[in-house]
Design a binder for this molecule. Structure first.
Ligand SMILES: Nc1nc2c(ncn2[C@@H]2O[C@H](COP(=O)(O)OP(=O)(O)OP(=O)(O)O)[C@@H](O)[C@H]2O)c(=O)[nH]1
Ligand SMILES: [Mg+2]
Length: 349
C-alpha cells in the first residue's frame, strides 16, 4: 500500500501536537498518525513509514480514532494518544451506552448524500450538528447529479440548513469531481467522508486518491457482490491531503451536541431569543417569535419539528452516556478500594 514515508508536516503534525511532548518523549518516542485500526492493532505512519502498533493496556483500539496522533516506542507500542484538535464521534449503535469515534483531527467533513431517494434534510442536519459540535467545517456534497434532472433543487433545499453552508453537486464518477473538491484538499489537510451506504463516498475517495478502493456496484434486488466499505481508513489524495473514508452509517445518534445543534439551528435560536418569555416552548405562548415566523412563512414548521426531535434525542443520549460514565467511575473506584485493601492485607501478613 504505502511504501514511501512522509514528513511529520506532510502528515499534518503541528504545534498543537509538538507542544504536548516532554523533552524525554522527544528523545525516545516517535509521533505517528493513525491510518487505520482493527480489533487489536493500530496501523500508524510516522517519518519512517507505516507500522502496526499495539495499544498499552488498559487502552484498547476503541480508545483511538483514525486520524489520531500517537507516540510510539521502539517495540511497536502506542504509548500515548496525543490530545486531538477534534474528534468526531457518535453514540454507538445498540443499547450499550458508549461513544464510538468516527475520525480525529479533521479540517473538513464532506457530508455526502445523493440526488435521489437517499436525500433527507433531517439526516443532513444531523451530520451538520456532528461537524459543528466538533468544530469541523462541513461541506455538503450531493452526488449522482448526472442521474438527476433536478440536482439544483436538492442543492436549494440543502443551502438553508445552516448559515454559510457550502453545497456542491457533482458526478462522483467523472474526472471533474477532483477539481470541484480541490479547494479543501491542500497539503496536510484532513477530510472525512460521511453519509449513507451507496451514496458514493468510496467513489469520491478513489477520484481524489487516484487509486481504486472497492466501491459497491449499483444496488439491485440481490445484494451479493457489493463492495461496501467496512472499515475506516485514511489515504493520501493526489494533492497531499488526507482523506478518511467511513462505512455508511445506518444511524447517527447525536450526544453531547448542544453547541452543534445551536450552530446549525442558529435561525431558530435567534428567533427564540426574541420570544416574550425566556422559557418559551414555542407552542401556544403569547409573544412567541418562533410561531410568528412560521405564521409569516419565514420558518418552516417542519424545521422546528426536526430541531425539537434532535434536541430530545441529544438530551436523552447525553443523559444515558453520563449515567453510564458515572457507573464506570464508581466501578473503577470500587476496584481501586478492593485492590488497596488486598495490598494492605498482604503488607500485614
Ligand atoms: N452515475 C453515478 N454513479 C455514482 C455516483 N457516485 C457513486 N456512484 C455509484 O454508486 C455506487 C456506490 O458508490 P460507493 O462509492 O461504493 O458508495 P459508498 O458511499 O462508499 O457506500 P458504502 O461503502 O456502502 O458506505 C457505485 O456503483 C458508484 O459507481 C455519481 O455521482 N454518479
Ligand atoms: Mg464505501
Amino acid at each position: 500500500m504505502y511504501t514511501q514515508s512522509y514528513s511529520l508536516a506532510e502528515l499534518g503534525f503541528s504545534a498543537h501536537f509538538s507542544t504536548q511532548l516532554s523533552l524525554d518523549e522527544f528523545d525516545t518516542l516517535h509521533p505517528c498518525r493513525l491510518f487505520g485500526l482493527s480489533r487489536d492493532r493500530l496501523l500508524a505512519c510516522g517519518e519512517s513509514g507505516l507500522r502496526p502498533l499495539i495499544p498499552v493496556p488498559p487502552a484498547n483500539t476503541g480508545d483511538f480514532a483514525v486520524g489520531d496522533w500517537v507516540l510510539a516506542d521502539a517495540t511497536g507500542r502506542a504509548v500515548r494518544r496525543l490530545t486531538p484538535i477534534n474528534t468526531l464521534s457518535r453514540r454507538a449503535a445498540g443499547t450499550h451506552a458508549a461513544t464510538q469515534h468516527i475520525a480525529a483531527n479533521v479540517d473538513t467533513l464532506f457530508v455526502v448524500s445523493s440526488c435521489n431517494a437517499d436525500f433527507s434534510v433531517a439526516r443532513l442536519e444531523r451530520y451538520l450538528a456532528l461537524a459543528r459540535q466538533a468544530d469541523v467545517n462541513p461541506v455538503v456534497v450531493l452526488t449522482k447529479a448526472d442521474l438527476c434532472a433536478t440536482a439544483a433543487d436538492f442543492a436549494a433545499q440543502s443551502e438553508p440548513l445552516m448559515p454559510q453552508l457550502t453545497v456542491l453537486t457533482l458526478d462522483a464518477t467523472a474526472p471533474q469531481a477532483l477539481n470541484t473538491l480541490q479547494p479543501w484538499c491542500g497539503t496536510g489537510q484532513t477530510i472525512a467522508l460521511v453519509g449513507s451506504s451507496g451514496v458514493g463516498k468510496t467513489t469520491l475517495m478513489n477520484a481524489l486518491t487516484g487509486a481504486a478502493g472497492a466501491t459497491q456496484a449499483a444496488r439491485d434486488d440481490d445484494d451479493k457482490g457489493r463492495h461496501t466499505t467496512t472499515a475506516r481508513e485514511m489515504r493520501r489524495t493526489v494533492s497531499g491531503a488526507w482523506l478518511i473514508d467511513t462505512p455508511g452509517m445506518r444511524a447517527l445518534r447525536l450526544h453531547d451536541s448542544r453547541d452543534g445543534l445551536a450552530a446549525v439551528f442558529a435561525d431558530i435560536h435567534a428567533l427564540a431569543a426574541a420570544c416574550r418569555f425566556s422559557d418559551c416552548a414555542h407552542d401556544t405562548e403569547p409573544g412567541c417569535a418562533v410561531q410568528a415566523a412560521i405564521a409569516a412563512g419565514e420558518l418552516a414548521e417542519e424545521r422546528l419539528q426536526r430541531w425539537r426531535k434532535l434536541q430530545r434525542e441529544e438530551r436523552h443520549n447525553s443523559e444515558t452516556l453520563a449515567e453510564s460514565r458515572a457507573r464506570d467511575r464508581q466501578f473503577g473506584k470500587y476496584v481501586q478500594r478492593v485492590q488497596a485493601e488486598h495490598n494492605a492485607r498482604k503488607g500485614r501478613s
